[in-house]
Ligand binder design. Structure first.
Ligand code: FMN
Length: 186
């Protein structure tokens, strides 16, 4: 990076006005999305076993909540095609991708038929029956304990029943709207 002074961009809403809502008032979607693009996140494929077969989507909104009981959260857009399957299922598996799995990330990132998404990889299962991705860096098999609606998304709080850890591998992160490799040290 050069030593020249950097120009920072500040976006701010009028504090007297209501906070942003789905109608677009306040700071606004684009400003928020542009700001969130600066946060590097792991890339996960979240799966479940529905009555009509497996379902899954790519998710960056996955976060640790507590280690007792072991709990993580997953945020799912209520407009996603998989939403009703996850809402009804009661369980899911978070499969964290390696740098060799960008194709899986893209396939599960939307607009691809579910059969095509799952045909692109090998799957097994652990405790709940949710699909476990064969070569994932780590898989968290979970029971959905609580769902909280927030804005456009449901926040699913998940109790982790089993984990499956790959011995080694390079990580994959999403940063500035692109995939990047994080070298593993094992
Ligand atoms: C890198 C990346 C991260 C994503 N993270 C999320 C997320 O955290 N939550 C979410 O609901 N959708 C997320 N999406 C979008 C979903 O994967 C997509 O909406 C989902 O596959 C449903 O698409 P469909 O309605 O076409 O089936 C992400 C997509 C990509 C490519």
């Amino acid at each position: 990076m050069s030593d020249a002074p950097q120009e920072f961009v500040v976006l701010m809403q009028d504090v007297a006005k209501p906070v942003a809502d789905p109608s677009g008032a306040g700071l606004g979607r684009t400003a928020f999305r542009d700001a969130m693009a600066r946060l590097a996140t792991a890339v996960n494929v979240v799966t479940t076993q529905g009555p009509d077969g497996p379902a899954g989507f790519t998710a960056s909104a996955v976060c640790s909540v507590s280690d007792a009981p072991p709990t993580l959260l997953v945020c799912l857009n209520r407009s996603a095609s998989v939403y009703s399957t996850f809402k009804a299922s009661g369980s899911l598996c978070v499969n964290t991708l390696t740098n060799a799995q960008t194709r899986i990330a893209t396939l599960f990132g939307g607009q691809t038929p579910m059969a095509e998404r799952f045909a692109a990889a090998t799957w097994s299962s652990l405790a709940t029956g949710s699909p476990v991705l064969e070569d994932a860096l780590v898989s968290f098999d979970c029971r959905i304990a609580e769902i909280v609606e927030s804005g456009t998304h449901d926040v699913m709080f998940c109790t982790v029943l089993a984990v499956r850890l790959r011995p080694a591998g390079d990580g994959l992160v999403y940063f500035n709207r692109r995939f990047h490799t994080v070298p593993g040290d094992t």
